[in-house]
Ligand binder design. Sequence first.
Ligand SMILES: CCCCCCCCCC/C=C\CCC/C=C/C(=O)SCCNC(=O)CCNC(=O)[C@H](O)C(C)(C)COP(=O)(O)OP(=O)(O)OC[C@H]1O[C@@H](n2cnc3c(N)ncnc32)[C@H](O)[C@@H]1OP(=O)(O)O
Ligand SMILES: Cc1cc2nc3c(=O)[nH]c(=O)nc-3n(C[C@H](O)[C@H](O)[C@H](O)COP(=O)(O)OP(=O)(O)OC[C@H]3O[C@@H](n4cnc5c(N)ncnc54)[C@H](O)[C@@H]3O)c2cc1C
Length: 662
Amino acid sequence: MSTETKCNPDLVRERAKCTFDVNELINLFYGSEKATKERRHFEDAVLAVKELKDAIPEEYLSHKERYENGVRKATILRDVYRDYKAKHNRDPPPNQITKAVIKDISPFLLHNGMFVPTIAGQGTPEQQAEWLPKAESMQIIGTYAQTELGHGSFIRGLETIATYDPKTEEFVLNNPTLTSFKWWPGGLGSTVNHCVVVAQLYINGKSHGIHPFIAQIRDLDTHKPLPGVKVGEIGPKMGFQTANNGFLGFDNFRIPRKNMLMKNAQVLKDGTFVKGINEKLTYGTMVMVRVGIVGDCSFYAALAATIAVRYSAVRHQSHIKASEPEAQILDYLTQQHKLFIAVASSHVYRNAYLWMEKMYTNVMKELSQDKQDNLPELHATACCLKAVCSRDAGSLVEECRLACGGHGYMASSNLPLTYGVTIAAVTYEGERTVLLLQTARYLMKAWMAALKGKVLSPSVSYLLNSLKESKKPWQNTPEGIVKGFQHVSFGKVKAAYETIQKYMKQGKDYEDAWNLASVQLVKASEAHSRAILCEVSWEAVCSSSASPNLSRVLQQLAQLYLTYWTLETSGDLLLYSNITKDDLIILRDKYEELLVAIRPNAVGLVDGFDLRDEILNSTLGSYDGRVYERLMEEALKSPLNQETVNSSFHKYLKPMMEKAKL
Ligand SMILES: CCCCCCCCCC/C=C\CCC/C=C/C(=O)SCCNC(=O)CCNC(=O)[C@H](O)C(C)(C)COP(=O)(O)OP(=O)(O)OC[C@H]1O[C@@H](n2cnc3c(N)ncnc32)[C@H](O)[C@@H]1OP(=O)(O)O
Ligand SMILES: Cc1cc2nc3c(=O)[nH]c(=O)nc-3n(C[C@H](O)[C@H](O)[C@H](O)COP(=O)(O)OP(=O)(O)OC[C@H]3O[C@@H](n4cnc5c(N)ncnc54)[C@H](O)[C@@H]3O)c2cc1C
């Protein structure tokens, strides 16, 4: 981090009034002092590589140049990772330094994030032995090709076909229709030479559902598409410009039998199909990534909050009191209302991610012992937390952008790009509504079990407690608020269930009744997610090892999250819990007191995310607060400022002006 010598005086004052030790917060957030040291050490190593620095901002490059620059940097970055591993005999620590290098999304994201994990998770030991060393050392580059032009959400409807030919012991891949073309996979456009293709398996004319296959699609020397492969890039998007998303179609393209990933289901040489223990295990990589996305949401909320809070400390506009100088905009309560929830939410998502990661690891361990009991709970929880956290994080980033006024609209603030990247997670890895409806299936089953007095899984056991406790008075404490959100979820789950029953009594079948109740079902899943986020984050804060000074501030943040959402969803609480109007008025006052209490620590709190200037990549958010200088420095980099008179003057403007004289 930069020294404070050239720092904006407002930021120096802000840091001086912080009531806790920022380094303690950093170490707590990232796990330990050792973890912080190792992460910073690795970040230093990456940032020391001169070739990773961009000569001009990426926004001035063409689509093609931007991609090529992305690949160039991704390959250098990969060398730094390899060298680190060779030197330390372990992977680099978790870090976000790719953001400082690639800025947008790496063309290797899908290779590392889904291709390698799918081989590891879906391949037999022999298949892992064949492909993992090559993939991990980047001798081959891959992606995860599942979504098609016609189907993304409903993956049982995918149209890519893999027909087994027992004579040659091969699968024949085909994309018989335009809608069957793979569409979206990252890196597919021009980067990868392999992919995991998810396709419908046919043996002797019989369908056996969707399965993952490894296909080499480009020549390793020439990088030309292999015969029978049609592949390309899908064009510019809202973000993800350097992710190199692509399309792909096969025409009678043959791959050996061993290329079907067979940890779960298998196809024997003679074409016998052997079912796996659970066909949904084929969806395993998606579950893992959904868990990871909750962690990503924490990062993006922290990044946007750091930029907007520091900027708001530096920016002065208007007066609170006519007799005093222009106020720091951070002193306006409305500004605090916009920003502090982003700071608090980053902590909430971080705690939820750590909690989910534990659940994921436990279930994977159980699955390795053929125990599947907790898989439905993992799937349901990953679905709803991914759906709610990504949408909330997108809204928080946008609110931070708006809170920076006009300058938040500048690309150099890095908030527009951050919004584009964050909001993509609402759609990828399972569209929000679709995932919430998956959780709703689980909630309906849990509700039916609760009615029968059965024991429920831990994440839904509150449904049973709520059944018993519905008459207890409301308590205006954090624990009381957590209970309140559980009551809301309970009420919405019950109402959705009863709505389905009502339609069925009217003669509708279950599927139609489900569709007619689906707005309520989605809301029940959202309420369930909110209850989990509130409970998990409050418990994490209460059990943290922080010093009293830090603990006080972390509790304030967690309470801010609880009260913010109480006030946002007060209608639901009035409907489904025993909260009263008077309780809400007390909580409104409490919320405002929390904003005022957090205000002196606002800059310290975002410093506690320990995001370097290179990662923030923002004129508004740097540690030293030289906002106006940076805005001007960046503007001067515009190619239009590299010449006094642009040629368009002579070509168009002057002729127009001269014509106008005639
Ligand atoms: C530990 C942390 C590690 C962190 C690592 C993080 C790495 C991050 C790096 C990468 C980051 C970003 C990558 C971005 C690029 C984006 C990639 C993509 O988008 S890839 C494509 C993703 N596509 C989707 O997500 C598709 C969404 N659709 C589906 O998943 C399915 O179609 C679904 C689930 C909606 C419906 O499936 P299906 O029709 O087969 O099921 P049913 O609805 O009939 O349900 C039947 C039954 O099955 C249960 N079920 C469904 N899925 C699962 C599952 N995954 N696991 C367990 N069980 C599952 C469902 O609940 C039903 O149960 P029932 O008892 O019958 O109710
Ligand atoms: C940036 C980005 C990167 C991606 N990367 C990859 C990748 O690397 N590999 C890959 O395979 N895919 C990738 N995808 C694709 C992504 O996984 C899909 O776009 C996503 O799963 C949503 O599917 P869809 O586009 O078919 O949306 P649709 O399902 O068509 O959604 C459109 C609307 O229909 C609604 N809808 C659909 N089904 C239902 C239902 N059953 N009930 C109620 N409403 C419904 C949705 O709620 C939504 O409002 C990427 C997408 C993006 C945006």
